[in-house]
Each structure stands twice: as structure tokens, then as C-alpha cells.
Design a protein around this ligand. Structure first.
Ligand code: NAD
Length: 481
């Protein structure tokens, strides 16, 4: 089968890297190269920034309704090729097709629809200064902005950045992960099909240190919206700080699930299965540290393990629960943490090794869903982000101790609390150091709510008007009367 040739999208054209160099793109479920992507560099980024600068005035001054129409055309263009996007996301990332069809692609479509409408509803503020006059706040687009996204929810997170950036009237230079570039390429083919205005959205493929960093460093990039690892976020933050550049960072996590003894056990187990192993545990919001109150610890454990052992792993195109993890390197990283757990005194209750399916996927990168117990909450396995189908179980006696363990990592992204006691739920939610808390559920997302992390999980918030505020510059105007 011939390889798919992924191209950059610059100034409305689909083009190869100027250098002509390319990188290979592997299907993690088979281990085979299925596509080539441009190995771009600062020369390609420069062309994209120039195109975005030229397109800026027309795009930002366009009537809101026309901009709404354009962004909706992107959403409808993805919808019209829904099955193609689903298959592409699964092939590129290793995730089950059912998950791409239920979550990734519908959510990418929603992101465009949501922000197309948000820009029409985004209110401006005014403040009356009694006896003197009136202040009003203008919010203008920033100009050309950079959007950089990771591999775990490729189109979902790529669109979560570029949709508000475009809606707010900016033009965009975007870089998807080099590990999962396929659906962002398909998105650029949709833009081409609908004749989206040239230069408004530019997609440059390639390595983070070459392409991503060139975007971040360029003086004409007015803001950077980044989702990815904490270490990369630190590098980007330092560069932006030197230039006083606006930056939004959505970074790693090590999220706790706290299950109290008055929780609905069936529901808690059911949802914890999803929060542990959805997308092979590769969602920044996955709960990887499960704290269970002592009196129900054994009951939870036996039910949970039974359910985990019933999960199926294998060919993402079939009706399995878990597909492949994203790459061989990532598989090795996850396995090294399982080894570390053993060295740190943990007991593997189930899983704990790679999985080798028969047939088409025999060379793919799979890991059995893994549950570990017997570890200190302060050991490396419970402090560092693994980002795979690996969770730990830890008992706790009191609420105070559960909160202390939950807050003990450098991260603070998300938390799930399970209890029937409304008072306790609110009290614990207040004390948890994370940007997002769910009570008796997980990953319910309303796109209007602020999304982001505390501590080393990030800086700033995305979602709803938070994103519209990030992508605009407020200016106060005072009128004397
Ligand atoms: P990563 O940091 O390695 O890469 C993310 C993106 O940054 C990629 O496009 C990459 O090419 C680019 N990049 C790498 N080095 C760069 C540099 N020096 N300058 C500019 N760009 C650079 O992360 P990843 O491995 O792709 O993704 C996994 C991580 O993302 C996990 O830590 C996960 O928790 C995190 N994540 C966070 C959220 C959130 O909302 N907080 C959501 C999803 C994933």
C-alpha cells in the first residue's frame, strides 16, 4: 500500500516542507509506517507567519456573522467526512474506532460550532464612574497566534485551541503533534475544499523543538496556547516570559479518585473503569491514583479487578475496550514504570505487561490494563505522570488523610470524589488542589466552564469566555461626561 503524504497548509495551499525532508508516521496498532509528514523547520514557520499576518486585517474586521459562517463551514466539512476522520484518528493514535466516533471527532465538530457562536455572544463590559463618566472595555484580537497540541486527543485538542483563536478574530499558525498529524491534515483538506480564506489558518507539521519552538520564539506570534507535557510547558513559558508574550499552558496530571465508604459502589467502579482505562489511560483527565476508604477497600478492589480482567485489548478497528498505546517509546516508558512499581514494593494485582494480539496487530504496541497496590503515595509511581493504562489502589482511613494524599503531587488538574454525603462532597471539593473536580462522575464536560490545571498542571484557563478572553486584548476607554 502506498504511503499517505501529509502536507503543510500554508496560505491556503497544501505544500511539502521547503527542505523537502519528511518524517515517517507509524500506526501504533501494527507498528507499520503508514504516512510521511513534512519535517518542517523555521523557514516553513516563517512563511506561515507571513501568510497569517497578511490575512489578519480582513479576518479580524469581518462581520461576526460572516466569521460564524466560515467556522461553521469547517464544522460541517468535518461532519460530512465523519467516517474518514474516525478511521484516521484511530489509525494514527491506536485508539478504538468506537472511541474516536463517540468522542474525538464529535467533540472536534462541537469545538468549532461552540466558538463560532461564542464570538457572537461574547459580551463587552462597561463600568460607570459616578459623576465623571463611563468606561467601556474594547476587546480586540491579538493578531497572529500560535497553537500547539499533543498526541492523545489529536483533533479534539487541536480544534479546542484553533477554534477560539479564529473565533476571536486572530489568524493562526498551528502545530499538531508529529506523532498524530493525520486528522489535522484532513482538517486542512476540509479548509481547502470550502475555500477557507487564505492564510487565516496555517498548519505546519514537524518536530516540537524545530517547528513548535520556532513558532513560540517568533516576535510576531502574539500569544501561544499550548497543551502537552509539563517539561515542554516550562521551556515554552520561559521563552514567552522573556518576550512578555501571553501564554496558556495545559500540562500533565496525576489525578486522584477519592472513593468514600458511602459511595454508590457499582457506579464508582463502573466510572473508575472508564477514568482509568479510556483511551488506554492516555487522557490528561484520567484518574491514575485511586484512594478508597478502608472499610470498603476489599469490596471495591475485588469488584474493580473483576471488571478490569473482563476488559479486552486488541485491534482498534474491532469491538475491543483498549487499543494500542501511541508509540513504541511510550509503551516502553509505561512498562518501565510498571517495573519501577515492583522495585518500589508494589504488588501487581492484574496486567503488568505488554499484550501481543494475533493477526494484523501482532507487532503493535499494546499494554494490559494494570492495577497496582501496596505503594506509598509519595513514591515515584504515585508522583510522576505515567499516562498509560496503569492505576494504583491505596486505602485511606479519614477524609483528612485522603485530601493530604490527593494533594501530595506537583500536579493539580482533575479529581473525582465519590460520596452520597453532599456536605462532605462540597467540603472535599473545596480543599482539593485541582482546576477541575467531579462529584460522583468523571469527564462530564460543558464547554462553557473554565478548563485548566493548578500547580505544574498549567497556567491559565481554556473553555467558554475564558478562551475568548485569552485570545483578545482588553483596552479600557474612558468617556467623560
Ligand atoms: P509534548 O510536550 O511532548 O508535546 C506536545 C506538543 O508540543 C507537540 O506538538 C510537540 O511537538 C510540541 N513540542 C515539543 N517540544 C517543543 C518545544 N520545545 N517548543 C514548542 N513545542 C514543542 O507532549 P505529548 O507527549 O505530545 O503529550 C502528552 C502530555 O500532554 C501529557 O503530559 C499530558 O498530560 C499532556 N496533556 C495535557 C492536557 C491538559 O489539558 N492539561 C491535555 C492532553 C494532554
Amino acid at each position: 500500500m502506498s504511503l499517505i503524504q501529509i502536507q503543510n497548509y500554508i496560505n491556503g495551499n497544501l505544500v511539502d516542507a521547503i527542505s523537502g525532508n519528511a518524517l515517517s508516521n507509524v500506526n501504533p496498532a501494527t507498528g507499520e509506517i503508514f504516512a510521511m509528514i513534512p519535517d518542517s523547520d523555521s523557514a516553513d514557520v516563517l512563511e506561515a507567519i507571513e501568510a497569517a499576518k497578511c490575512a489578519q486585517a480582513d479576518w479580524s474586521n469581518m462581520p461576526m456573522e460572516t466569521r460564524f459562517d466560515w467556522i461553521m463551514k469547517i464544522a460541517n466539512g468535518i461532519q460530512a467526512r465523519f467516517d474518514e476522520f474516525v478511521l484516521a484518528e484511530s489509525t494514527d493514535n491506536g485508539k478504538p474506532t468506537w472511541l474516536a466516533a463517540q468522542s474525538d471527532i464529535p467533540r472536534a465538530i462541537s469545538n468549532f460550532k461552540f466558538f463560532a457562536s461564542a464570538q457572537m455572544n461574547f459580551p463587552s463590559e462597561s463600568h460607570h464612574t459616578p459623576g465623571q463618566g463611563l468606561n467601556y472595555t474594547l476587546r480586540r484580537p491579538l493578531g497572529v497566534v500560535g497553537c500547539i497540541s499533543p498526541w492523545n486527543l489529536p483533533l479534539y485538542l487541536f480544534s479546542w485551541k484553533i477554534a477560539p483563536a479564529l473565533a476571536a478574530g486572530n489568524t493562526v499558525v498551528a502545530k499538531p503533534s508529529e506523532i498524530t498529524p493525520y486528522t489535522s491534515y484532513l482538517l486542512s483538506t476540509v479548509c481547502k475544499e470550502i475555500d477557507f480564506p487564505k492564510g487565516v489558518l496555517n498548519v505546519v507539521h514537524g518536530l516540537g523543538a524545530k517547528v513548535g519552538q520556532a513558532i513560540v520564539e517568533h516576535k510576531d506570534i502574539k500569544a501561544v496556547a499550548f497543551t502537552g507535557g509539563t517539561q515542554t510547558g516550562r521551556i515554552i513559558n520561559e521563552i514567552c516570559a522573556r518576550q512578555f508574550k501571553k501564554v496558556s499552558l495545559e500540562l500533565g496530571g496525576k489525578n486522584p479518585n477519592i472513593i468514600f465508604d458511602d459511595a454508590n459502589l457499582e457506579e464508582a467502579v463502573d466510572t473508575t473503569i472508564r477514568s482509568s482505562f479510556n483511551n488506554q489511560g492516555q487522557i490528561c483527565l484520567c484518574g491514575s491514583r485511586i484512594f478508597v476508604q478502608e472499610s470498603i477497600y476489599e469490596a471495591f478492589k475485588s469488584l474493580f479487578i473483576k471488571r478490569v480482567e473482563a476488559l479486552t485489548v486488541g485491534d482498534p478497528y474491532t469491538d475491543i475496550n483498549l487499543g494500542a498505546v501511541v508509540s513504541q517509546d511510550h509503551q516502553q516508558k509505561i512498562l518501565s514504570y510498571i517495573q519501577l512499581a515492583k522495585e518500589e514494593g508494589g504488588t501487581i494485582l492484574t496486567g503488568g505487561e505488554a499484550f501481543h494480539p494475533e493477526g494484523r496487530c501482532k507487532n503493535g504496541f499494546f499494554i494490559k490494563p494494570t492495577v497496582i497496590e501496596g505503594l506509598s503515595h509519595l513514591c515515584r509511581v504515585n508522583q510522576e505522570e505515567i499516562f498509560g493504562p496503569v492505576v494504583t489502589l491505596t486505602p485511606f482511613k479519614s477524609e483528612v488523610y485522603a485530601i493530604e494524599m490527593a494533594n501530595s503531587t506537583p500536579y493539580g488538574l482533575a479529581c473525582s470524589i465519590w460520596t452520597q454525603d453532599v456536605k462532605k462532597a462540597h467540603q472535599v471539593a473545596e480543599q482539593i488542589e485541582s482546576g477541575i473536580v467531579w462529584i460522583n462522575t468523571w469527564m462530564v464536560r460543558d464547554l462553557r466552564t473554565p478548563f485548566g490545571g493548578m500547580k505544574e498542571s498549567g497556567m491559565g484557563r481554556e473553555g467558554g469566555f475564558e478562551a475568548m478572553r485569552f485570545f483578545t486584548e482588553p483596552k479600557n476607554v474612558f468617556v467623560k461626561y
